[in-house]
Design a protein around this ligand. Structure first.
Ligand SMILES: Nc1nc2c(ncn2[C@@H]2O[C@H](COP(=O)(O)OP(=O)(O)OP(=O)(O)O)[C@@H](O)[C@H]2O)c(=O)[nH]1
Length: 232
């Protein structure tokens, strides 16, 4: 974008001092996949959208100084779902209000939305209703939505209880998990659950067993012995 000051690329370069991202993006053009979906990360500024994406894509945490995303940027990752290569094109949006008109234009192409708040930031949680209204206004009617309470590693600074996240998710009928881009908790699971849901929606045959995202998440949690989640 012509107005960009800082983007995902810049954030990564700030951390690594390399142009790794540009090379990766070129290489990924030829990466093999069977089916592709667009996923968007939404939520207030500084809730951790870029960090969640970098954790999923690179398995790393972007610590240090916070650099706000300007406009929108994306990264691809191919995941295996039942022996099928599912490419997720993941759009990282700027949470700041002044970029809203830029990001609105991308909503309608997204098949899934990961909506984040920060468990240490009450306003970011209170704003989730406003985000859901925006989603209602701009996204496809059947878009898959997942609510994520990020920064779960910051237990001592928590101001939003897990139960509050669960309650809100239940009210809107969306799956919910608490994540940490810092430790990686539930980040892979969130994207894999979304990839499975989208793949099943796109390729479901009449006689195939139905996919239930709640059951999938719970079974994965039990396998890993990890923390609770709620899907309604
Ligand atoms: N402790 C902790 N810090 C995090 C976590 N995720 C992000 N952060 C920090 O929170 C700050 C904001 O993270 P970003 O990923 O840049 O936030 P963002 O939502 O992309 O912000 P915008 O680009 O303005 O929309 C940074 O200082 C991160 O290091 C997390 O899970 N745990």
């Amino acid at each position: 974008m012509s107005t960009r000051k800082a983007s995902l690329t810049d954030k990564q370069q700030t951390k690594n001092g390399t142009s790794k991202y540009v090379l990766e993006r070129c290489a990924s053009i030829n990466e093999y996949y069977d089916i592709a979906f667009k996923v968007m990360l939404l939520g207030d500024s500084a809730v951790g959208k870029t960090c969640v994406l970098v954790r999923f894509k690179d398995g790393a945490f972007l610590g240090g100084n916070f650099i706000a995303t300007v406009g929108i940027d994306f990264r691809n990752k191919v995941v295996d779902v039942d022996n099928l290569k599912v490419k997720l094109q993941i759009w990282d949006t700027a949470g700041q209000e002044r970029f809203r008109s830029v990001t609105h234009a991308y909503y309608r192409d997204a098949q899934a939305l990961l909506l984040l708040y920060d468990i240490t930031n009450k306003p970011s949680f209170d704003n989730i209703r406003a985000w859901l209204t925006e989603i209602h206004d701009y996204a496809q009617k059947d878009v898959v939505i997942m609510l994520l309470g990020n920064k779960s590693d910051l237990a001592a600074e928590r101001v939003v209880k897990t139960e509050e996240g669960e309650k809100l998710a239940k009210e809107y009928g969306v799956p919910f998990m608490e994540t940490s881009a810092k430790t990686g908790v539930n980040v892979e699971l969130a994207f894999h659950a979304i990839a499975r849901e989208l793949k099943h929606r796109a390729m479901q045959q009449p006689n195939d067993p139905k996919f239930h995202i709640h059951d999938y998440i719970e079974s994965q949690k039990q396998k890993s012995g990890c923390c609770r989640s709620s899907v309604w």
